[in-house]
Design a protein around this ligand. Structure first.
Ligand SMILES: Cc1cc2nc3c(=O)[nH]c(=O)nc-3n(C[C@H](O)[C@H](O)[C@H](O)COP(=O)(O)OP(=O)(O)OC[C@H]3O[C@@H](n4cnc5c(N)ncnc54)[C@H](O)[C@@H]3O)c2cc1C
Length: 288
């Protein structure tokens, strides 16, 4: 399939990109790695008259420490995340997640910003960002603002981004030293989106869960933050009955579609299975 005609713009700075997007309004669309947008354009499900390519903006790419946070520029690729020693040391769940996104070809071009801004519930990074308590930096007509990942997702392809907004970076609070983590994803084959997936970050003290956060991928119109399930686990030793209650609480907030990945009831159950596996692996990695 061939996309419709469009004008191509290549700004050299964030200010120039924001200016262009503001002027173009609904006729303009940011282009990052193009691995969600271009397929949509080929299917004519997206028909932007103007593409604003972010690839020429050096300030949008890179990974740095800032205070107790890690700040990752929007056009940092999924491949960059996998190769980062800083992330491997401080937020290893990002590497684990990036490694199960698509395949190396997609990851060389696909960006973190595109993955979280896209609003597709099948994208893997949004639930992880909710799990980590991350914040998105957004530049727009009205200046700069920050929106918590947990408040960003409003529906399938509907986010807190407004016309003309550019997501410039993702800010991640560094989890405590010795934390446990896991991203468990069930997919039909290598390169597939999740049938269901679960992200867990937790801290253990004296064999008990001191803090816990859980995100779920592709089991609702938006990524989910399973707050109630995490509350149930906090203070427990991750014993079987408590895990069973937490899994039930997580399953209760899902509302997946029945699709080629399976009927809704199966996908809900798989979210529970992924959560139980992620909890076991996170516990095995945590300093008790
Ligand atoms: C075969 C295949 C398999 C895939 N499998 C997976 C998978 O398993 N898991 C997964 O998570 N993803 C998967 N993807 C999607 C891939 O990860 C995409 O790269 C990603 O979803 C979007 O990132 P991008 O940089 O390519 O964004 P683009 O495609 O360029 O943009 C996506 C959307 O986000 C907007 N956008 C991009 N950057 C910004 C920004 N900085 N500010 C505001 N808006 C912005 C664009 O306007 C567009 O609407 C797959 C893709 C393919 C082709």
């Amino acid at each position: 399939m061939i996309p419709g005609a469009f004008n191509y713009h290549r700004p050299a700075s964030v200010a120039e990109a924001v200016g262009l997007l503001a002027t173009l309004g609904d006729d303009g669309r940011a282009l990052a790695g193009g691995h969600s947008l271009i397929p949509m354009m080929k299917l004519r499900l997206a028909t932007p008259a103007n593409l604003v390519d972010l690839a020429g903006i050096a300030d949008l790419r890179g990974i740095r420490s800032e205070g107790g946070d890690i700040v990752i520029g929007a056009t940092t690729t999924q491949h960059d995340l996998i190769g980062s020693d800083l992330l491997a040391a401080k937020v290893p769940i990002l590497r684990e997640t990036a490694l199960v996104i698509a395949d190396p070809q997609v990851r060389y071009l696909g960006t973190l910003g595109g993955n979280v801004a896209n609003g597709d519930p099948g994208n893997d990074m949004p639930a992880v960002m909710m799990c980590l308590g991350s914040t998105y930096h957004i530049a727009g007509k009205g200046g700069e603002r920050r929106v918590a990942a947990r408040q960003f997702y409003q529906g399938a392809y509907v986010t807190a981004l407004q016309t003309g907004d550019l997501l410039t970076a993702v800010r991640i609070p560094v989890p405590a030293t010795g934390h446990g983590y896991a991203y468990e994803k069930l997919k039909r084959k290598v390169g597939d989106y999740a049938t269901a997936a679960a992200a867990v970050v937790l801290r253990m003290t004296d064999g008990k869960v001191e803090a816990c956060s859980i995100g779920l991928t592709n089991v609702a119109d938006t990524p989910l933050w399973a707050e109630e399930a995490a509350k149930i686990l906090t203070g427990s030793s991750l014993d079987r009955p408590t895990i069973k209650r937490a899994v039930a609480a997580a399953e209760a907030i899902t509302s997946p579609a029945s699709d080629a990945r399976g009927p809704a009831v199966y996908r809900t159950k798989m979210a529970g299975v992924m959560l139980a596996r992620a909890l076991a692996r996170a516990k095995s990695r945590a300093d008790a």
